[in-house]
Design a protein around this ligand. Structure first.
Ligand code: 4AD
Ligand code: MG
Length: 477
């Protein structure tokens, strides 16, 4: 007999039908009621066994975490909380989980504890809900771009360039670190390395996406990116996934329009397709909020927060306007920020970003036209000669969720900028070629996928929205 899924059975229950389900035991009550979960949905299927008819040795093996195959008849349930249940006729324990050893017992576990059990935590309601929402978001991303005339393109993972010019790269090398070949002046001889030069894991697929946009029009990449930044925060990972659309003939305004429409679309998709998981996550978040001091609690419930993003335009503000607002604000009792904004040109800290979104504008904010000095080399210089056509989208509870810009399409201006910032022209000869041959206005942005998932699921720590998080001093799994 073919296996059904709990989701399919509960969505469209056919009473008196014989079905077979395989899954994992969540709980076993009164030697009679098995709550069986197969990961297809938050809900468990209640399976009722006749313990008097069951082999006592088999009965002992029905423990939380064990894998079972059950076969039986679907009947109306008298119990509360479910409409149907499975009257079990046949039961097979596929894999045991010893109660003294299996760590995910039916009780509340802390997020810290579950991080140590990253291989098993997917068997909890919270991680099941988060990962189902994440999967739906990923589908919505591809759907949005495909139906809006974009082509999906895969940027390389190993590259010879530093797309952000921030030097936060993981090196890729096949040389023996203890005994590398040396050049005559004593440095490591990378010409002997696998690729004959220094290479690294990509920090962003942008530069390659630019090349493809300048041939296919509108492209997007959705893949892993890597940053060796030593940020031990709840919003940083060393390996995260980024969605990067790049569009020929788009200026900064068109770029901002696209980013806003795109984010609203994917969040709306989740609201329309994942309500059961969202309601569970909302309740989880509300319980977590209760443990915080009043002043730190979020004023909005999760689903309300999502609607807040889908139902109104994002506020667009220039960097210069934002600095004025921040200088004149009294963010807390001490009436000052930990990092006060002293002068135009200062980079914004996350406390500033969150103040603008959560306290001042109280809606998602797109900040644009940043000082050239605090942004990457490839951004289009404005006519004022000191700001660039950059945009960051700031979200409540998250801060920066998107970073993007109109790109510098003028060869001479770009070369000059690279010289000023010490970006190697020889390494990026191909990138400069794009300005030599058929250059045109173009734009794009990068959205940190895990930050989007954090926002939509209400999870406080980015480590809890990726299966096996990579963070400093941590790659256990
Ligand atoms: O602002 P970033 O660095 O922009 C770029 O990489 C551009 N090349 C993108 C482009 O224009 N195609 O990164 C983009 C986004 C951030 O806004 C943030 O959401 C996410 O990537 N991000 C991270 N997410 C998790 N962990 C980290 N360490 C992240 N660093 C950036
Ligand atoms: Mg950024």
């Amino acid at each position: 007999m073919k296996n059904s899924t709990v989701k399919a059975v509960l969505q469209d229950p056919k009473l008196l039908q014989e079905i077979q389900i395989s899954g994992w035991v969540r709980t076993f009550r009164s030697n009679r009621f098995i709550a069986l979960n197969d990961g297809s949905t938050l809900k468990n299927l209640q399976c009722v066994v006749d313990f008097e008819a069951l082999d006592p040795d088999l009965l002992k093996r029905i423990n939380t975490g064990a894998a079972l195959r059950v076969m039986g008849t679907l009947v109306e349930s008298q119990g509360r909380g479910q409409n149907v249940e499975l009257q079990v006729k046949e039961l097979e324990v596929l894999g045991d989980a010893h109660p003294d050893q299996y760590p995910i017992q039916p009780k509340k576990h802390s997020m810290e504890f579950l991080r140590e059990q990253a291989h098993l935590r997917i068997r909890t309601n919270t991680f099941g809900a988060v990962m189902r929402v994440k999967s739906a978001l990923s589908f919505a991303v591809h759907q949005y771009f495909t139906s809006n005339g974009f082509y999906n393109f895969h940027a390389p993972i190993i590259t010879g360039s530093d797309a952000e010019g921030a030097g936060e790269m993981f090196r890729v090398s096949t040389l023996d670190p203890k005994d590398p070949p040396l050049t005559e002046d004593g440095g490591v001889d990378f010409s002997k390395d696998f690729f004959g030069k220094e290479t690294n894991l990509t920090v962003s697929g942008q530069l390659e996406a630019e090349a493809y946009a300048m041939g296919m029009g509108k492209v997007y990449t959705f893949g892993p990116t890597f940053r060796a930044e030593n940020s031990n925060t709840s919003r940083h990972l060393a390996e995260f996934w980024m969605i990067e659309p790049e569009m020929a003939f788009y200026d900064l305004d068109a770029n901002m329009d696209l980013a806003e429409d795109f984010i609203q679309y994917v969040v709306r998709y989740v609201l329309e397709n994942c309500m059961e998981d969202l309601e569970f996550l909302e309740k989880r978040l509300a319980d977590e909020e209760k443990t915080k001091p009043q002043a730190e609690r979020s004023e909005m419930a999760l689903i309300e927060k999502l609607r807040f993003v889908t139902d109104q335009p994002f506020k667009r503000v220039t960097y210069t306007e934002a600095i004025e607002i921040l200088r004149n604000s009294k963010p807390n009792k001490k009436k000052r920020f930990t990092y006060p904004i002293d002068a135009w040109g200062a980079d914004l800290q996350s406390e500033h970003e969150r103040y603008l979104v959560e306290k001042h504008f109280k809606c998602p904010v797109i900040l644009f036209n940043y000082p050239a000095t605090i942004k990457a080399f490839y951004m289009r210089l404005n006519e004022d000669g000191k700001t660039v056509r950059a945009m960051d989208i700031l979200f409540p509870g998250i801060g920066e969720i998107v970073g993007g810009s109109q790109r510098e399409e003028r060869l001479d201006v770009l070369v000059e900028k690279m010289r000023q910032l010490g970006v190697d022209e020889k390494e990026l000869w191909w990138y400069l070629d794009l300005r030599k041959f058929g250059t045109a206005v173009h734009s794009g942005f990068g959205l940190g996928f895990e930050r989007l998932v954090q926002f939509t699921t209400g999870m406080g720590n980015i480590r809890d929205v990726i299966p096996f998080p990579r963070t400093p001093q941590n790659a256990e799994f």
